[in-house]
Design a protein around this ligand. Structure first.
Ligand code: AMP
Ligand code: ZN
Length: 438
């Protein structure tokens, strides 16, 4: 019989700041020791005359150079490993748009710890062994599949590996199996609701859904509220990335006010992406993570490219693990249009405030004659009228609110429900058709 209390272990989850930092230093030292078995890190340290013994405090971490995605590509496939392949039992790989994919190796213990982290997250938001958990992530290399699978099984839930897509079948599983907890990316959660509407299924009456873990792509608070209202659930933000194992890195608690990052697994830094200097708590910067609980392939000061901030202050839940804010996006997602920096999430925030609109939208950037421009296409909600005057008024209002937010005037097009492209994976929100003149 599993000891379920291991998923809420106050000794780990409720540690004081001092206890967290003591544990971090101890684990960091052990990690650095392991890293000297990695030809990549050994050379990195030797090149700058650094030795693991030079790291005596957590602040000394800053002496260590950053690790980047390019480093993972350059050492593809196994060049960063700190153990022999014989000790590894799984790998995950994420395909990049250019060059080699990245590979992350795992030992048996790494996979155990990963499953424990995901189980801890799910337990924190109220999932229990009596629950039925359905995972709508793609399986295979995408870590949202196996990551949630093993975490949910570890917790003891009846786990349905439904995998991505086929919404009608997903909904049949939800109703037939009495699914109570679902993991879905936010764009897919809204899609499920739309298909439920088509099928005449009322999530409040016809399903037992109560908890949703949503993550893997940026989404606004407005989007979360919509999802909660549509499906009659509590939706909790979940952050993960393949380089850090996958899901289970940071997760919201029941307070829903930022994601606790598990500091017994990771050391988090937020740096200015240009100067790479640390920024104070509360300020947005690039998140940099160091794994301190991994054997096969520890990563030191990994530049995630994700922009967020540490939320200052204590969480009322009593956990002292730092909280990171909803992701603003990746630094590579930032749109620079006519000199103005815009994140797609700023546009989503405005759109989702309009009850008349659906949840799917697409931002297209193009070059008209000489100037670059932006078109925002957004689907109307299913019940909205096609009264021309009302549509015109609505378009005007959306344009004006977007102008206030992004300081540029986009072309806004309201389109029929279901007419924008859909993907089974992460939503594609931006199409850049601009001609780049040199
Ligand atoms: P992958 O390695 O394919 O799982 O992708 C990881 C990336 O997904 C992260 O670096 C983030 O850019 C994004 N991501 C994951 N979780 C979230 C989240 N909760 N909110 C926003 N973006 C996320
Ligand atoms: Zn909390």
């Amino acid at each position: 019989m599993t000891n379920y209390s291991e998923f809420f272990n106050p000794e780990k989850e409720m540690m004081s700041r001092q206890q967290i930092e003591d544990l971090q230093l101890e684990r960091l030292k052990q990690t650095l020791h392991n890293c000297m078995n990695s030809s990549f890190y050994k050379k990195r340290f030797d090149d700058i005359g650094l030795s693991p013994e030079d790291i005596k405090t957590l602040d000394d971490l800053r002496k260590i150079p950053f690790t980047t995605k390019q480093d993972l590509r350059d050492t593809y496939p196994f060049g960063i490993a700190s153990v022999s392949l014989r000790d590894c039992i799984r790998l995950h790989s994420s395909s990049g748009t250019t060059g080699n994919p990245t590979v992350i190796l795992h030992t048996k213990k790494d996979l155990e710890e990963w499953a424990n982290a995901v189980a801890r997250c799910l337990w924190m938001v109220g999932a229990r062994p009596e629950d039925v958990f359905q995972n709508t992530s793609g399986y295979g290399m995408f870590t949202g599949g196996l990551g949630f699978q093993y975490g949910a099984e570890r917790l003891g839930m009846l786990t349905v590996p439904a995998a991505a897509g086929n919404s009608r079948r997903q909904i049949k599983f939800i109703t037939d199996f009495g699914t109570t907890v679902v993991h879905a990316i936010p764009s897919y959660a809204t899609r499920l609701y739309e298909v439920m509407q088509d099928e005449g299924i009322d999530p409040y009456k016809d399903t037992k859904l109560r908890i949703l873990a949503i993550g893997a792509e940026p989404h606004s608070e407005e989007q979360r509220k919509r999802i909660e209202e549509m499906l009659g659930v509590k939706a909790y933000n979940s952050f993960g990335m393949s380089e850090m194992c996958g899901p289970g890195v940071a997760f919201e608690c029941k307070e829903q006010n930022g994601m606790h990052i598990w500091e017994d697994y990771y050391i988090v830094e937020i740096v200015n992406p240009d100067t790479l200097e640390p920024v104070p708590d509360g300020e947005i910067g690039e998140m940099v993570l160091t794994t301190i609980n991994r054997e096969a392939m520890p990563l030191l000061r990994y530049r995630t490219r994700d922009l967020t901030r540490i939320i200052p202050g204590e969480c009322p839940c009593g956990r002292h693990h730092k909280r990171i804010d909803r992701m603003k996006g990746r630094s590579d997602d930032m749109i620079v249009l006519r000199g103005v920096n815009i994140f797609p999430i700023q546009i989503e925030q405005v759109l989702m405030k309009f009850k008349e609109l659906g949840s799917n939208y697409l931002i297209t950037l193009q070059t008209d004659e000489v100037n670059d421009s932006m078109t925002v296409e957004v689907e109307l909600g299913k019940l909205f009228t096609d009264d021309y005057t009302r549509l015109q008024k609505l378009t005007k209002e959306i344009t004006s609110q977007l102008h206030d937010e992004i300081l540029l005037i986009p072309h806004v097009k309201l389109v029929a429900p279901g007419s924008l492209p859909k993907t089974d994976g992460k939503a594609v929100r931006v199409k850049d058709l601009r001609k780049h003149f040199c």
